[in-house]
Design a protein around this ligand. Structure first.
Ligand code: ASP
Length: 310
């Protein structure tokens, strides 16, 4: 079999010592043909608002879980991102969303294929905190009501932009062009880690298709002994490589740096015909943002740094 050189991995190192730290992403992929300077500026504003909301929690001494949920909330409500309001549409034209929240203590909750929950990350948190289970697919209205999460009519999630993307995907097969999933990873003042990811999946995905995002270890993972990681990109490749867990194992057992671990995992994702990005916060030391796609919306905030890239 011919061997090909994997695409170069681009990376950003987030210098932070052992201090509190929040790293977020708003999707990786190629710049869509509808990308304009105005829309990119809006993405950067929203990333900054998400960072500020999450970091304020860390500064106030809240847990890493509270910080990542606060950051995800802002991006789920912002229509530019592929999560919550503005989620990508399935081939049937509905928003079917997935989310996962995991703490470095191994406690985790997730939902898949939800279509009425305003902030799917709240449902993931409810599964983690209120049930003995890890993952619910298409939960009934009764469970959703018991979890106390806000709901909306399915039409709330659908934007004109996403409708247009669906038409283009169905006519030109453009569906992999731009992703836009959101994620956040944090280290709190106690050195505890958490990761959260939320998505509408991939434009024109088949009804019932679930990607890597809600699967612990694939699109979302946290372990206080190694790293918190969140991924974005072609979910099938992240599942086949168990991407976020792979980063963790490389750091914990192979003693790789977070950058070495993220880069090697992205090469593995490439070998599985995928691309995308990973954000990583380790138990100790600097955080990392790494991607092998054309672009990645991302940002980070620590006591000494505050940066967004749209
Ligand atoms: N990873 C997500 C999925 O496959 C999509 C993305 O990150 O854009 O569902």
């Amino acid at each position: 079999m011919p061997t090909t050189t994997p695409p170069p991995v681009k990376s950003l190192t987030v210098e932070s010592g052992d201090d509190i730290l929040l790293v977020i992403h708003g999707g990786a992929g190629s710049r869509g043909k509808h990308s304009t300077p105005e829309r990119q500026a809006q993405v950067e504003k929203d990333l900054q608002r998400a960072l500020d909301a999450g970091y304020a929690k860390l500064e106030a001494g809240a847990s890493a879980e509270d910080a990542v949920v606060a950051a995800i909330h802002v991006m789920e409500d912002a229509p530019e991102f592929n999560a919550g309001h503005g989620a990508a549409l399935t081939s049937d034209g509905i928003a079917q969303m997935d989310a996962c929240l995991m703490g470095g203590d191994g406690e985790v909750g997730a939902v898949a294929s939800v279509h009425t929950i305003k902030n799917p990350i709240d449902a993931a948190k409810a599964v983690k905190e209120q049930t003995k289970h890890v993952l619910f697919a298409d939960p009934r209205d009764q469970e959703i009501a018991e979890w106390g999460v806000e709901t909306r009519d399915p039409s709330y999630f659908i934007t004109e932009q996403r409708k247009q993307s669906l038409v283009e995907a169905q006519t030109n097969g453009d569906e992999w062009e731009k992703h836009g999933t959101i994620g956040a990873v944090a280290r709190d003042a106690r050195g505890h880690l958490a990761a959260a990811t939320s998505t509408g999946g991939i434009t024109n995905q088949m009804h019932g298709r679930v990607g890597d995002t809600p699967l612990p270890g694939c699109g979302t993972y946290a372990n206080d002994a190694s790293v918190a990681a969140s991924g974005t990109g072609i979910g099938e490749a992240f599942m086949r490589t168990v991407a976020c867990h792979q980063v963790s194992d490389r750091v914990e057992f192979a003693k790789q740096t977070p950058l070495e671990a993220a880069s090697a995992t992205l090469d593995d994702i490439d070998a599985r015909h995928g691309d995308g990005g990973l954000i990583v916060v380790p138990a100790h030391g600097d955080g990392v943002i790494a991607y092998n796609s054309e672009m990645m919306n991302c940002g980070y905030k620590s006591p000494t740094a505050d940066y967004v890239q749209g």
